[in-house]
Write a protein that binds this ligand. Structure first.
Ligand SMILES: *Cc1c(COP(=O)(O)O)cnc(C)c1O
Length: 397
C-alpha cells in the first residue's frame, strides 16, 4: 500500500518527526512535498468490473480524496486510535460524535465546564431527539458512578474546563465508564494529542476543534473526531450517513498547520507559563487559572496525565468597576479582543460562567479575563498589559 496508508513505520518516532512526515507521500505525487489539493466529486472507474466491485481507492468525493485522507491518516497516527473523521468545525465534531453514540431514551453525563456551545447541542438538538443530559462537577472523579443510570450511554469530558481550567481525573472517569459499558468522549482541543492522548487514558472518542492549534493561523474552521473500538464504527457510520465533508482546501490548511504544531505549541507553552507566573505577581491580579502552575488546584492531575500546556489560561482580577475593566480592554493594542484562540495572535476576552453553569457555582472575587498568548515577544505582551493595567487604575479612581 502507498505510504499514506501505512503509518506503522512512523509510530516509533518522536512527535516532532511524526508531525513532519505523517500523512504525505511525495513519491505518489511526482515528488511534490505536500499532498495536492484534489477537487472532485466524480471518481471514474477504469472498467465495469472495478466499478461494480468498488476496487478503486476512492469511490466518490464525499467519501474522501487524497487531501482529506492525508490529514486523517496523520491525525490517526498522532491520536493512536482506530480512525479519524474530519468535520467542518469543532462544534460539528462535538455534535456528530454525540449523535454517533446517543439515541432516543438515552442519558448523557456532560461536564458542567464544557465549551458553552457544546451545552447548547445537548439542550436543543439532543433534547429534541429525546436524549436527557445531566451536567456534572468536573472534580467528581470516580464519584461519577453515583450519577450513572440504567440508560446512561455516554460521558463527555473536557479538560481543562472551558474558560475556568479545572482539571478532570480522566483515567478515573474512563475506568468507571468502561466498567458500565458506557462510551466516553472528550474535547481535547486545549492539549491536542501532543500534550494529552485521550485513548491512552481509556477514552473512546477524542474530539478537537482543529480551528484552534491545528489550524494555528485564525484562517480555518475544522473539527476532528478520533475513536477506538466499537465507537469508531459508530462514528464513521454516522459521519458518512449524514454526508459530512470538508473542502480539500481546508484539509490542506489543516495538514499545513500540523507541520508546525510542535514548534508553535512549545512556544505557546513557554510564553503562557512565563506570562501566567508574571501575572501572579501583579497587584491587580487576584488569581491565575492555569493547571501548569504548581499553585493551581488541578496541577497534580495535570502533571500526572499531561505532557505539556498550551497558550490559553485565565485570570481573576481584584474587584474594579466595569468602566475600569473597559479601560483595560480598550487600552490593549497587541492583544486583540475576539473569540476563538490557538492562532499565532494574542487574545483577551472577559467572561462570566455564572450565566450558564448549572452543576457548579462560579463565585469569583473580581472580573474574569481569558488570555491567549500568541507568538509575539512576551516582553512586548507584558508591556501591553502594563499599559492596560495603568489605564484600568486611572479609570477606577
Ligand atoms: C472553539 C472550540 C470548539 C468549537 O470549534 P469551532 O470550530 O469554533 O466550531 C469546541 N471546543 C472547544 C474547547 C473550543 O475552544
Amino acid at each position: 500500500m502507498a505510504g499514506m496508508e501505512d503509518e506503522s513505520k512512523n509510530t516509533g518516532m518522536a512527535p516532532a518527526t511524526q508531525l513532519v512526515h505523517l500523512g504525505r507521500d511525495p513519491k505518489r505525487f511526482d515528488g511534490f512535498v505536500n499532498t495536492p489539493v484534489v477537487r472532485g466529486s466524480t471518481v471514474l472507474s477504469p472498467t465495469y468490473d472495478d466499478l461494480i466491485h468498488h476496487r478503486g481507492r476512492y469511490s466518490y468525493g464525499r467519501r474522501g480524496n487524497p487531501t482529506t485522507e492525508g490529514l486523517e491518516t496523520a491525525l490517526k497516527a498522532l491520536e493512536g486510535g482506530d480512525g479519524v473523521v474530519l468535520t467542518p468545525s469543532g462544534l460539528s465534531a462535538v455534535s456528530i460524535a454525540l449523535l454517533s453514540v446517543l439515541g432516543t431514551g438515552d442519558h448523557l453525563l456532560m461536564v458542567d465546564t464544557a465549551y458553552r456551545p457544546t451545552r447548547t447541542v445537548c439542550d436543543t438538538v439532543l433534547k429534541r431527539l429525546g436524549v436527557e443530559t445531566t451536567y456534572y462537577d468536573p472534580l467528581i472523579g470516580a464519584g461519577i458512578e453515583g450519577l450513572i443510570r440504567d440508560n446512561t450511554r455516554a460521558i463527555f469530558l473536557e479538560a481543562p474546563g472551558s474558560q475556568s481550567f479545572e482539571m478532570q481525573d480522566v483515567p478515573a472517569i474512563a475506568a468507571v465508564a468502561r466498567a458500565h459499558d458506557i462510551v466516553t468522549l472528550i474535547d481535547n482541543t486545549w492539549a491536542t494529542p501532543l500534550f494529552f492522548k485521550p485513548h491512552s487514558a481509556g477514552v473512546d472518542i477524542s474530539i478537537q476543534a482543529g480551528t484552534k492549534y491545528i489550524g494555528g493561523h485564525a484562517d480555518l474552521n475544522l473539527g476532528t473526531i478520533s475513536a477506538i473500538g466499537p465507537a469508531w464504527k459508530k462514528v464513521i457510520a454516522t459521519h458518512g450517513n449524514l454526508g459530512i465533508t470538508i473542502s480539500p482546501d481546508d484539509a490542506a490548511l489543516g495538514a499545513r498547520g500540523l507541520r508546525t504544531l510542535g514548534v508553535r505549541l512549545a512556544h505557546h507553552q513557554r510564553a503562557a507559563l512565563d506570562m501566567a507566573t508574571w501575572l501572579q505577581q501583579r497587584p491587580e491580579v487576584s488569581r491565575v487559572l492555569h493547571p501548569a502552575l504548581p499553585s493551581d488546584p488541578g496541577h497534580t492531575i495535570w502533571k500526572r496525565d499531561f505532557r505539556g500546556a498550551s497558550g490559553l489560561f485565565s485570570m481573576i482580577l481584584k474587584p474594579v468597576p466595569e468602566r475600569a475593566l473597559a479601560a483595560f480592554f480598550d487600552t490593549l493594542t497587541l492583544f486583540g479582543m475576539g473569540y476563538s484562540w490557538g492562532g499565532y495572535e494574542s487574545l483577551a476576552i472577559p467572561f462570566d460562567c455564572r450565566d450558564y453553569r448549572t452543576a457548579t457555582t462560579w463565585e469569583v472575587e473580581g472580573p474574569a479575563v481569558r488570555l491567549h498568548i500568541g507568538l509575539d515577544d512576551v516582553d512586548d505582551l507584558k508591556a501591553d498589559l502594563c499599559r492596560a493595567f495603568a489605564a484600568m487604575a486611572d479609570a477606577a479612581t
